[in-house]
Design a protein around this ligand. Structure first.
Ligand code: KIV
Ligand code: ZN
Length: 498
């Protein structure tokens, strides 16, 4: 068996489905190009029938990248497949990814159907997709909870219909590693024609076992791993690219090779985190802020004597250069530019000047500026293009007092002011903004996070605001968390048409 593992990245499809992680087409192209440089084999660029935006992104990504196969998702529905084929017309190598639920649960409740009919629909979808492209991947949704014997019948039928890749998703993240490995092994041993196709794993992380399940599946014969950067994805996420790639790089005895240029991992991780406003948990394997930080004396001593006493991966192998992580108020524009480039951000001069100004202000308040701060500063300029901007904010609050906020907004150049009280400073600021905007807006989710540590730290605010039946996501970061909250609220408001 060939030991080359194909990396199928679905950050721009499964990852992008996460509320609040939506990217525009330009941002998706930026990520797609970074994935190409990283060396992924397949980029799942979207679900074209789901929206004109998704359709357009598949078209533009197909034009923008050269080497990876571009894949478009569909249901087992003729119109989905036709639209996906249309979106892929500029791809140098295009793949249609079609499929249907195969667990009894999906068959009964999702499709109100039966096992035989599902096989017919699966075969019809693959045969139809074959009219447009040679490379057709089939997914058996909820394969993790599908009876193995029936799953083998489905897979055999779609291979006969021309599928080139068969994807075995653990859609609900239910399987245990041994169970998932047994499923793949069963298919390897019982499906006619399986040796002519590639078996793919697509594991979700609901029980924290996505990476373990993926590795187990590959050890017994799967040769495509479906992954996302930072493990983002529906609910608890998907298998993370960096974990799978580094697991095989570290365990040479498994003799599995990928095409990933691992030194680009950190850069792409931070780019995705920044564009999607999705923080990377500090203790995240491989790319978390603490992944290579040694705090206990015993560990520090050990690492100084010989790095391998406590580290199985050299941080440089994933693109972390510890010497250049911190910038200070004494760092020049060139140092900032260099750091931005390492993080995958190119800026024109005017933009860099503005970012550098903001950098100096922040460096005055915070002694050390790290990568997360730099990314936050780079994102700041987006606010400058907003139609509605925060002009000023003044809040008084204290124990035993009701908080009061005065807010000034600039709406397309016109100035508005309001004053309101609330049960805390954030509530008062948001109430004052509502007095100016005068629409029914409900804050559904509100999350404040410190980027690093220390009371002088920058706070990131993620907010979801409901307006007119839809939910809009807002984000900001500021050393003043009340200001960050007001800015995040305004960021969300700028996303709806009022
Ligand atoms: O989790 C899943 O089953 C999926 C399929 C659409 C491949 O994302
Ligand atoms: Zn999925």
């Amino acid at each position: 068996m060939d030991n080359r593992l194909y990396i199928f990245d679905t950050t721009l499809r499964d990852g992008e489905q996460v509320p609040g992680c939506q990217l525009n087409t330009v941002e998706k192209i930026e990520v797609a190009k970074a994935l190409e440089l990283l060396g992924v084999d397949v980029i799942e660029a979207g679900f074209p029938v789901s929206s004109p935006g998704d359709f357009n992104s598949v078209v533009e990504i197909s034009k923008a990248v050269t080497w990876p196969t571009i894949c478009a998702l569909t249901r087992a529905v003729e119109n989905d497949i036709k639209v996906a084929a249309e979106a892929l017309k500029y791809a140098k190598r295009g793949r249609i990814h079609t499929g249907i639920g195969t667990s009894d649960m999906h068959i009964k409740y999702k499709f109100n159907s039966n096992r035989e009919e599902i096989i017919e629909r699966a075969v019809a979808a693959v045969s139809y997709a074959k009219k447009f492209v040679e490379d057709v991947q089939f997914y058996a949704e909820d394969a993790g909870r599908t009876d193995n014997e029936y799953l083998a019948r489905v897979i055999e039928a779609v291979i006969k219909a021309g599928a080139t890749v068969v994807n075995i998703p653990d859609t609900t993240g239910y399987c245990l590693p041994e169970e998932f490995a047994a499923k793949i092994k069963y298919l390897v041993e019982h499906v006619d024609g399986i040796d002519r196709v590639t078996i793919a794993t697509h594991c979700h992380n609901d029980l924290g076992m996505a990476t373990a399940n993926t590795i187990s599946g590959i050890i017994v014969g799967a040769r495509q791993a479906e992954v996302t950067i930072n493990g983002i994805g529906e609910r608890a996420g998907n298998t993370s690219l960096e974990e799978v790639v580094m697991a095989f790089k570290s365990h040479k005895e498994l003799d599995i090779q990928t095409n990933i240029n691992t030194q680009n991992i950190y850069r792409v991780s931070r780019m995705v985190s920044s564009l999607m406003n999705m923080p990377v948990q500090p203790n995240k394997a491989i790319v978390g802020r603490n992944a290579f930080a040694h705090s206990s004396g015993i560990h520090q001593d050990g690492v100084l004597k010989n790095r391998e006493s406590y580290e199985i991966i050299d941080p440089k192998d994933v693109g972390i250069d510890e010497n250049s992580i911190l910038l200070t108020a004494r760092s020049g524009r060139a140092a900032l530019k260099h750091r931005l480039q390492i993080l995958g951000i190119e800026m024109d001069k005017e933009h860099l000047d503005k970012t550098y100004e903001a950098f100096l202000k922040l460096a005055d308040k915070k002694k050390e500026i790290n990568d997360d701060d730099v990314l936050m500063l780079a994102g700041k300029h987006h606010l400058a293009h907003h139609r509605i901007k925060l002009d000023y904010l003044q809040v008084t609050s204290g124990v035993g007092l009701r908080s009061v906020a005065s807010v000034g907004l600039d709406i397309s150049g016109e100035k508005f002011e309001a004053c309101a009280s609330g049960n805390g400073p954030v509530d008062a600021a948001i109430s004052a903004i509502k007095l100016i905007i005068r629409r029914t807006m409900i804050v559904k989710e509100f999350l404040i996070q410190a980027i690093n540590r220390g009371s002088n730290d920058v706070g990131k605010v993620h907010m979801t605001v409901e307006y007119d039946g839809n939910q809009y996501y807002g984000f900001s970061a500021n050393t003043d968390i009340v200001a960050a909250s007001a800015e995040a609220f305004i960021d969300a408001i700028n996303k709806f048409q009022i």
